[in-house]
Structures are given as C-alpha cells and as structure tokens.
Design a protein around this ligand. Sequence first.
Ligand code: GAR
Length: 190
Amino acid sequence: MKQKMKIAIFASGSGSNFAAIEEACKKGELNAEIVLMVTNKPEAFVVERAEKASIPVAAILPKEFATKDAYEEAILHALRESGAEWLVLAGYMRLVGPVLLTAFPSHIVNIHPSLLPSFPGKDAVGQAVSHGVKVTGVTVHLVDEGMDTGQILAQCAVDVVDGDEDKTAEAIHAVEHGLYKDTLNKLFSQ
Ligand code: GAR
C-alpha cells in the first residue's frame, strides 16, 4: 500500500464535497489524509464541518493583504507547515494565482459543476438553466492560470431537472462526490 497522499482542501461554501472527501479518507476509500482546510470565508459552513472532523483550518482573508501575491504567500506558508502535497479545490470561489501555481505545479485539482468548456466561472448551474440546456454535468480538471481551463481529468453528464436550478444543483452534487473521489484515487495512485 502506498503512503497516504497529504492533501489540502480549499473551500468557500457549504463544504459537501469537503465532507465527502473527508468521509472517504476516514473509510479508507481514498488513500489520502486531509492535512489542512483553507478558506477565504471564515463564516462558511465548511469551517464548522472541518472543526467537527478535527481538520486544521487556515481562514485567510484576501482583504487583509495588499496584493493577491501576498494573500497567496500567507496560504503557502500554512501549506508548507501542513506538508500538503496536493491542493484540492472544492467550491473555492477564487482564481488561483501565480504564487500557488508555481509552488504546486500540476498538483492543483478542481471540481466544476458543468461540462467544461461550457459554463466556466461562477454560477455554472444557473448559466446552464438560463441557457435552457437539457444536459449539463460535472468536470474534474487540473488548475492552470485560466478560469476553469486546465486539463480535463474526468467528466460526467447530469440532466437538468425540470429547468430548476436548485434541483439540478442537488443532482450535480450527488454526482460530484463520487466522481471527485474516483478521480483523486486515480491521480494519487499514478
Ligand atoms: C460545487 O458544486 C462545486 O462544483 C462548485 O461549488 C460547489 C461547492 O459545493 N465549484 C465551482 O463552482 C467552482 N467554479 P460544496 O461547498 O457543497 O462542496
């Protein structure tokens, strides 16, 4: 058995993907250990989830730094202390900048709620519903300097449910949790 991969999860929201990954690590379904949860939103529910799971939290506020580089240097310091080898973005609603991209080349992965390259950026589910598409989905991809443009690792289609954003988001979440776990497993076993 290979050593567990040390991962840092980046999240800004409710953290259902964080919870699914944490559970998979705990059950031994993912050969990884979450060594840090990084957030730019200290009030987000994901912080509560991390604390309950006894995962260290780095809540770092961009507005407290003069530049994006300085903000990411602060994150990098926490990451170095944690020993993280991979950065796993799970609803982290900020563009990753050069400091982190340079420090973790080809070791940052993201999940996005659409079939990229359709509907990049914020509110991907809302974009899909307002365009009237019947099928959208989930993409797991490596992160580069663009907005959801990195190498695609896995995709899964999800039907738009009744033209309704909330119902479709729920269906997408259900698919995300399994797809992220499976894709991370493949990545970490290479
Ligand atoms: C997920 O659907 C994820 O794909 C999306 O945010 C949601 C977070 O949910 N990410 C993006 O839109 C990134 N551009 P969660 O907080 O319940 O894991």
